[in-house]
Design a protein around this ligand. Structure first.
Ligand SMILES: Cc1cc2nc3c(=O)[nH]c(=O)nc-3n(C[C@H](O)[C@H](O)[C@H](O)COP(=O)(O)O)c2cc1C
Length: 391
């Protein structure tokens, strides 16, 4: 039976070759504190494209400098950064994959050290940090109290998201993803735990969601009808009285009406004391409930580790695509391996690697096939019978 995971999916003007996608993963590697992507990012993101992924989302790219999580985060707030993404986009396209930018503002969780550094909390200016902002003057546990943004400044943030989306489209990216999850600025507005405003950006669900809906509407107007927009939500804060999956489904439906196309469903990040039932595929039911209740297309993410598990999620209709993060870090060819395990012959196996196929029946037996070549290792440049059999 044909794999549903490896069936293409179309969002607006873009057809994605399969439904096994790589989510945003910060690399904290813009070493000059300028938000510029480098060779590291080219190799890191490019390897997933070579490895068969259907789409790749860049790590959180800040729409303004003070929106970076760490001083070494990527940015998309100026045209120099836009130009530096082009080689990455071109390479990913050369491998047949699609790539989008995760547009982000960290709000009260900005200005923090890289995850591998021992210290935690907000960095001082002497440590390349900066003062943080948020919807309300409520700190994340152990971090600085943010300065409350004025209503004009909130509009400025929306404008920065729109400008960054336009820059992304100009750089050749296929789509953007708004980061409204993991306790960062947009999620801080959505959750009543971090938003106690009394103006048009606080209080009712409609008001708390306004920043997200305005950004989606603005991006749709500025990028045209063909450009897909994804939104990543934390579907629940995992805290009593916090943001939950019912509100997520409602706001996802509003965002769809404003021009968004697919919702990448994660969870948590707003409260340090949340008790999260982490386990295999633990967020998949959230993607399924947002899909069913909101009537929207979703992506599932979180501890999806095997081809069979990913296939089952899509085939059972729990989500439309599957995001696999750390397993792609462990094996950038995860998609090629998954296809082989599901018995799918992909037309995009890299030609340069055609002598090292994943499929067990195509692998050389313990004793390599006789070769007429002279390489000491027995592996030569000539076409082997094994390769002929595949051709
Ligand atoms: C190194 C690393 C960096 C991450 N950076 C981001 C990020 O920039 N934006 C985001 O939305 N999620 C980020 N995440 C979360 C992942 O996108 C994903 O949701 C999470 O790792 C769970 O999926 P997994 O179990 O397949 O890894 C990051 C995760 C890792 C491991």
């Amino acid at each position: 039976m044909a794999s549903e995971l490896f069936a293409p999916i179309t969002l607006r003007g873009t057809t994605f070759r399969n439904r096994l996608w790589v989510p945003a993963m910060c690399q904290y590697s813009a070493e000059n504190f300028d938000g510029m992507p480098s060779t590291w990012h080219l190799v890191h993101l490019g390897s997933f494209a070579r490895g068969g992924a259907g789409a790749i989302v860049t790590e959180a790219a800040a729409v303004v400098p003070e929106g970076r999580i760490s001083p070494q985060d990527l940015g998309i707030w100026n045209d120099e950064q836009r130009e530096a993404y082009r080689p990455i986009v071109d390479f990913v396209h050369s491998q047949g994959s699609a790539i989008g930018v995760q547009l982000a503002h960290a709000g009260r969780k900005a200005s923090t050290p890289r995850t591998w550094e021992p210290q935690n909390g907000t960095l001082s200016e002497a440590e390349h940090g900066w003062p943080v902002v948020g919807p309300s003057a409520i700190a994340f546990d152990g971090y600085d109290v943010p300065r409350e943004l004025s209503a004009d400044e909130v509009q400025g943030v929306v404008d920065a998201f729109v400008a960054a989306a336009v820059r992304s489209q100009q750089a050749g990216f296929d789509f953007v993803e708004l980061h409204a999850a993991h306790g960062y600025l947009m999620h801080q507005f959505l959750s009543p735990l971090s938003n106690t405003r009394t103006d048009q950006y606080g209080g009712s669900l409609e008001n708390r969601a306004r920043i997200v809906i305005d950004a989606v509407r603005g991006i749709r107007a500025a990028t045209g009808e063909a450009f897909p927009i994804l939104v990543r939500f934390s579907a629940t804060d995992w805290v009593e009285g916090g943001w939950n999956e019912h509100e997520t489904a409602t706001v996802a439906d509003w965002a769809r009406a404003a021009g968004a196309d697919l919702f990448d469903i994660s969870s948590g990040g707003i409260a340090a004391n949340a008790v999260i039932p982490v386990g295999l595929g633990y967020q998949v039911p959230l993607a399924a409930s947002v899909k069913a209740d909101g009537g929207v297309e979703t992506g599932a993410v979180g501890l999806i580790l095997t081809a069979e598990q990913a296939e089952q999620i899509v085939a059972s209709g729990q989500s439309d695509v599957v995001f696999v993060g750390r397993e792609f870090l462990r094996d950038p060819h995860f998609a090629l391996r998954a296809a082989s395990e599901l018995g799918e012959e992909l037309p995009y196996y890299p030609q340069q690697y055609h002598r090292a196929p994943f499929h067990p029946q195509q692998r050389p037996a313990a004793a390599p096939a006789p070769s007429t070549g002279s390489g000491a290792s027995g592996v030569t440049e000539e076409r082997s019978p094994l390769v002929e059999a595949r051709a």
